[in-house]
Design a protein around this ligand. Structure first.
Ligand SMILES: Nc1ncnc2c1ncn2[C@@H]1O[C@H](COP(=O)(O)OP(=O)(O)OP(=O)(O)O)[C@@H](O)[C@H]1O
Ligand SMILES: [Mg+2]
Length: 239
């Protein structure tokens, strides 16, 4: 479905991605994990067209994405929830959700999807007319996910869905991501920590200093503390 090959990108003289290969198959939940500054957000920004790579290819269902505008990429079925969520805080929950379905022409299906996300995230129905900025952090994350789902993306990318959330709320967000994935939504998710992801991930990439240092299924990576070694660059047991 999504394929990035030898992706190089950076900011001026700083190279943040040093030749990344990553694939996401239809129906998968693929995770990219790594410490601060690894290049995770840069990777999602580059895939979604917010940043231009200096080298490499990105294809989505066989079509080239490189050089396309973020809007073209969004219309081709990729949605990004950026770091920090970016909901419209002064608008109501309802208005935020309406923005999600703006690009859709199938208004009847959009209406039934709205019903579906309100089922999935009951708090949004409860606060439907309320101002989005008054929602708690976890509720805002649910709103951001709901809004992105209303675009009916083929692939949903999320930059650190658990950032700033209490552990219980992270569980709730992950439960809903799991249900969405089981209902067929393909996910590409960036996280700093690996704690919550094992149960949802089909495959995991570990990113450090702009390189993929390890990849595999959760079962592959759980073996012999491989994941910790790749993540930290040394084995915590040996330290
Ligand atoms: N707007 C920017 N201008 C200059 N350098 C940047 C910019 N954004 C990121 N960088 C640098 O690019 C590198 C990769 O950053 P990136 O934001 O992709 O990391 P990350 O893996 O998302 O980290 P975090 O877990 O802290 O969000 C870092 O060295 C960072 O300092
Ligand atoms: Mg980041």
């Amino acid at each position: 479905m999504l394929e990035a090959r030898q992706l190089v990108a950076g900011y001026g003289r700083l190279t943040a991605l040093r030749g990344i290969d990553i694939t996401v198959g239809a129906g998968e939940a693929v995770f990219v994990v790594g410490p601060n500054g690894a290049g995770k957000s840069t990777l999602l920004k580059t895939i979604s067209g917010l940043m231009a790579p200096s080298r490499g290819q990105i294809t989505f269902n066989g079509k080239n994405l490189r050089g396309k505008t973020p809007e073209q990429i969004c219309r081709s079925g990729l949605a990004l929830i950026p770091e920090g969520r970016h909901i419209f805080k002064t608008l109501s929950v309802a208005e935020n959700l309406r923005i999600g379905s703006l690009i859709r022409k199938d208004k009847a299906a959009a209406q039934s999807d709205l019903e579906m996300v309100l089922e999935t995230f009951p708090i949004l129905r409860e606060r439907y007319k309320g101002i989005a900025g008054y929602l708690s952090g976890g509720e805002q994350q649910q709103l951001a996910i709901a809004r992105a789902i209303l675009q009916r993306p083929a692939l949903l990318m999320i930059d650190e869905p658990s950032l700033g959330l209490a552990p219980l709320v992270v569980d709730q967000v992950y439960d809903s991501l799991k249900r969405l994935n089981q209902s067929g939504l393909t996910l590409l998710i960036v996280e700093q920590s690996t704690g919550r992801i094992m149960n949802l991930a089909s495959r995991i990439y570990v990113l450090r200093n702009g390189n993929v240092v390890l990849q595999g299924t959760p079962a592959d990576l759980a073996e012999d503390g491989k994941l910790d070694t790749a993540y930290f660059g040394f084995s915590p047991d040996a330290a």
